[in-house]
Design a binder for this molecule. Structure first.
Ligand SMILES: [Zn+2]
Length: 271
């Protein structure tokens, strides 16, 4: 089994608000969703790391845009070609290993084992990667779950997204949530509009604002934390249902109905 002491998980900032996640031991690295190659190459050079594996959650350009340049750079260094894993249900030319729910990605270096979850909704074939080192659990969830928010429904249905978020919600509470964007402060503004009395959320706003003032990423958060502050994981809470009802008449209080209204409310919300 991989040893936590050997594996490090780091975020690399890219574009305006993207995070590329990098998992490494002392010598080798895995990257998740490298939308841009340049900051990854810089990190690999600075830390003398060999890139062995690229994991892709979905087809959007800000998640796959750097793959071709990373492969070209590795080739120019005389390094072995990294293996590129991605969703089976999306057509992504750079992906060579196509994955579905429950597939296992077993990597020799850095020694790590990822389990695949199908999480459609943001895109039709979106997947997430779960890593359990024995000491710490991690979920790399792309644009499905964000700190205090969730991805827009570009291709999937509310029912699919509720099911996908349910899978993430069922992970152990201490699981670190490695999402792909720094959207936290604006997500908190919306969440407080939905649940102005949520004490955990009010405390989180203070903490997150202080982190951003210091230029510190607000992610990863944890599954347990998200369950207490993220309205999209709280569609069965009376406070969330009541707030959605106040905003718009709803035909029933089924979690899918509540989620669908909450998501479209957020889509037009001005922070
Ligand atoms: Zn996306």
């Amino acid at each position: 089994m991989p040893d936590d002491n050997l594996l490090q998980v780091r975020s690399i900032a890219a574009y305006d608000d993207n995070y590329i996640w990098l998992i490494s031991d002392k010598h080798c690295a895995v990257v998740v969703d490298p939308g841009d190659a340049a900051p990854v190459i810089q990190y690999l050079k600075e830390h003398h790391l060999t890139l062995t594996t690229i994991l892709i959650t979905h087809h959007h350009a800000d998640h796959i845009g750097g793959v071709a340049n990373l492969l070209a750079w590795c080739a120019s260094q005389g390094l072995a070609k990294p293996v590129v894993y991605g969703p089976a249900h999306e057509d992504i030319a750079v992906v060579t290993e196509r994955l579905i729910e429950s597939d296992i990605v077993s990597i020799a270096s850095p020694a790590s084992v990822f389990t695949v979850l199908d999480v459609p909704g943001h895109t039709a074939g979106h997947i997430a990667f779960y890593l359990n080192t024995g000491h710490q659990q991690h979920i790399f969830c792309g644009d499905t779950l964000f700190a205090t928010g969730c991805g827009r429904l570009f291709e999937g249905t509310p029912a699919q997204m509720v099911d996908s978020l349910g899978k993430l919600k069922n992970l152990p509470d201490q699981t670190l949530v490695h999402c792909a964007h720094e959207y936290t402060l604006s997500n908190i503004k919306f969440a407080l509009t939905v649940e102005p009395q949520n004490k955990d959320l009010l405390a989180w706003q203070e903490t997150a604002q202080a982190m951003r003032r210091q230029g510190v990423p607000t992610v990863p958060t944890t599954v347990g934390h998200e369950k207490s502050v993220n309205p999209f994981l709280r569609c069965e809470e009376a406070s969330v249902i009541e707030s959605v009802k106040q905003h718009q008449a709803i035909k029933d209080t089924d979690p899918v109905t509540v989620f669908a209204h909450l998501r479209s409310w957020k889509d037009t919300f001005k922070a």
